[in-house]
Design a protein around this ligand. Structure first.
Ligand SMILES: C[S@@+](CC[C@H](N)C(=O)[O-])C[C@H]1O[C@@H](n2cnc3c(N)ncnc32)[C@H](O)[C@@H]1O
Length: 213
């Protein structure tokens, strides 16, 4: 691994350095099978957001499939590389910070791959709350989650792994798990520890504090 200056994955500079050096071991170079199958079976195109999209293959694939998709990344180097890679679909990739971005259309789906695991554990609750706030009831959160249940698992990252129990406890207050499957086309960095999951947004719980009296 090259000797990078930036050690903090919460900063765009960390990712810029890696994209500029083409050190991207998480990059699949294409669209994972489970997403392709999901799109093939979907009854209609869904308005989709891809946070932390990297090189954005999925954005091109969804746009080509007739889906309304926006892929965002806060690293200018990632966005420039994505736009070069996906050519005619480049308008679907924009530079934006996931925690600030305001969608221009109401979202129906958020696609996850290697974004949750790219950021340290302390950011997880914030990420899940943002997913939940961006999606309406019945909206879908789906994609690939880096899960490791080994007792001796490393807490270092990225990628930062999460146990299946922690992942469930983190997401289930806002979403219902609808599908959880093994992934057969993982990259070496994720192999045996990647799950394809589909979560459906639950209705927001209204507490008495939310009611204007
Ligand atoms: C490990 S890469 C994964 C890229 C892509 N999802 C993939 O599957 O190849 C994590 C990406 O998240 C982006 N990222 C991290 N924090 C972000 C934020 N707050 N807003 C937008 N993008 C962010 C990084 O710039 C990087 O491109």
């Amino acid at each position: 691994m090259p000797d990078f200056q930036s050690k903090d994955p919460t900063q765009a500079g960390f990712w810029n350095e890696r994209f500029e050096s083409q050190f991207t071991p998480w990059d699949k170079g294409g669209v994972p099978q489970a997403l392709q199958q999901f799109v093939a079976k979907a009854r209609r195109p869904l308005v989709t957001l891809i946070p932390g999209c990297g090189l954005g293959y999925e954005a091109a694939f969804l746009a080509q499939s007739g889906w309304e998709v926006t892929a965002i990344d806060f690293s200018p180097a990632a966005v420039a590389s994505a736009q070069a890679v996906i050519g005619e679909w480049d308008r679907h990739v924009i530079e934006a910070d996931f925690f600030q971005y305001q969608p221009t259309l109401p979202l129906e789906l958020i696609y996850e791959r290697a974004f949750l695991c790219a950021l340290p554990h302390v950011m997880r609750a914030q990420i899940v709350q943002r997913w939940a706030s961006l999606l309406p009831e019945d909206g879908l959160l789906l994609g690939f989650f880096y899960v490791d249940d080994a007792p001796e698992r490393s807490l270092k990252g990225p990628p930062f792994s999460i146990s299946s129990r922690e992942l469930y406890e983190l997401i289930s207050p806002y979403f219902e798990l609808q599908e959880d499957a093994e992934v057969t086309d993982s990259l070496p960095v994720f192999v045996g520890k990647e799950r394809w999951q589909v979560w459906r947004r639950l209705a927001s719980v209204v507490t008495t504090l939310d009611i204007d009296e």
